[in-house]
Design a protein around this ligand. Structure first.
Ligand code: SAM
Length: 223
């Protein structure tokens, strides 16, 4: 179980929001988007929403591939400010508390890429998935990518320390003082259990700080 003080602190998402406002907004992200896996599911004029869109890197990629109806939300004002400068033709807004200010069943695809890693509480992740299910049309898809628990030696000591501090394997605090969670593939598939799973695959990857990592990419369809 997470300690009460830490639950209180992280529960308000202050650490991650501060990190992305002050440090993260100056970084460039790398996790890819497998466009060829998306193409069979949606048309070019489909409404696509990215939650945790950062500075709009993946929405820009979708735009370049011909998708026209793109909307991004992020809780970091610095990220959205940068996104509006770099991608003035994409609709980007700040939102908080896992709320997506859109009508129910209004969206063809939701994208969440490397955002669950900074949502330490599993209940927060479930709440986000419920919000995504609310805005997706029946037959709409969720594309999710995130970090898995990695057996590379550099993580073992971090996971051991994290287990002492947070009581769970996979949560740790980085050298930049960002507390993150790496997931089991079982947990990601549990999160996607309300969806009809269309695809999932694991990849070796390098993080924004050039560290080795393992990621999972998946697509689920709202039934
Ligand atoms: C590693 S960045 C990835 C950005 C983008 N998805 C990409 O791949 O280029 C993670 C983003 O998620 C945002 N984020 C993290 N937790 C969030 C939350 N609870 N609500 C909204 N945005 C969040 C951060 O501000 C940051 O922009």
């Amino acid at each position: 179980m997470l300690g009460t003080e830490i639950v209180h602190y992280l529960g308000r998402n202050m650490l991650a929001q501060d990190y992305y406002n002050q440090i993260g907004a100056k970084k460039d992200f790398e996790d890819p988007l497998y466009l060829e896996k998306i193409a069979p599911h949606i048309s070019k004029d489909a409404k696509i929403v990215e939650y945790g869109c950062g500075y709009g890197r993946l929405l820009r990629l979708l735009k370049k591939s011909g998708y026209t109806h793109l909307v991004g939300f992020d809780f970091s004002k610095s990220m959205i400010d940068r996104g509006r400068r770099e991608n003035p033709d994409i609709d980007l807004s700040v939102t908080e508390n896992r709320k997506i200010p859109l009508k129910s069943e209004s969206t063809d695809m939701v994208l969440i890429s490397t955002i669950l890693t900074s949502m330490i509480h599993k209940d927060d992740q479930k709440a986000l998935i419920a919000e995504i299910l609310r805005i997706l049309k029946p037959g709409g898809i969720l594309y999710l990518s995130d970090f898995l628990i990695c057996d590379h030696p550099r993580y073992q000591e971090k996971y051991i320390q994290g287990q002492k501090q947070f009581g769970e394997w996979g949560i740790y605090t980085t050298s930049e003082n960002l507390t993150v969670r790496h997931h089991t593939s079982r947990w990601i598939l549990d999160l996607l259990s309300p969806f009809d799973l269309q695809w999932f695959e694991q990849f070796d990857f390098k993080t924004m700080n050039n560290n080795p990592a393992r990621t999972i990419h998946c697509i689920g369809k709202k039934v």
